[in-house]
Design a protein around this ligand. Structure first.
Ligand code: HEC
Length: 167
């Protein structure tokens, strides 16, 4: 080995170690600022309203959905007509507005003169007129008295009540 080659080897070793040191420095620096960035990221997750909303959204939807299904049977119970409603009650709720005073050509309750011809047609015809509605000579009788929530049985019970009062 000559002096020259020693010097060359030395400079190669020096160069390599400088590169290595630089590499290590970059590596350390990179990892050194990593906790900071994690902190920032976590801060953003915790403080940004949208991020929080996004994270709790599925839970909120789930609980709303389950509340809805729990409410369902109650809604049905409220919507279903009370089974105890008799003909007079249905009449008072849905028919009296026209038949009470004989408005718009409706045969007046207990007016035997107005009812005798109708009763003579038979109760089944009267049921059909009340359930389906009828456009008659004196006016228009709306189906179910304009209350689609009434069952057939309720409408028929009201007809029975009206006929009973008008004989
Ligand atoms: C908007 C007014 C109105 C309401 C509310 C109403 N009616 Fe009438 N109804 C009439 C009119 C008008 C007639 C006469 C139709 C005709 O000329 O035959 C009539 C006729 C009838 C007749 C006789 C049908 C026939 O074939 O002769 C019956 C029975 C009757 N209504 C039952 C009811 C019952 C039951 C209710 C309640 C559930 C009711 N109506 C609610 C207007 C009404």
């Amino acid at each position: 080995m000559t002096q020259k080659s020693y010097a060359m080897n030395f400079s190669i070793i020096l160069g390599v170690s400088v590169v290595l040191m630089l590499f290590f420095f970059i590596l350390v620096a990179h990892h050194h600022d990593l906790p900071d960035r994690v902190q920032q990221h976590r801060g953003a997750l915790l403080t940004t309203g949208s991020t929080v909303a996004e994270r709790i959204k599925p839970v909120g939807q789930l609980s709303v959905a389950s509340a809805e299904t729990q409410r369902e049977p109650l809604k049905d119970a409220v919507a279903a007509p009370p089974p105890s409603r008799d003909g007079q009650q249905v009449y008072q709720a849905s028919c009296v507005v026209c038949h009470g005073a004989g408005i718009a050509g409706a045969p007046k309750l207990a007016d035997k003169g107005q009812w005798s011809k109708r009763i003579a047609k038979g109760v089944d015809t009267l049921y059909a007129s009340a359930v389906n509605g009828v456009q008659g000579s004196t006016g228009a009788m709306p189906a179910r008295g304009g209350n689609p929530a009434l069952s057939n049985a309720e409408v028929k019970a009201a007809v029975d009540y009206m006929v009973g009062q008008s004989k």
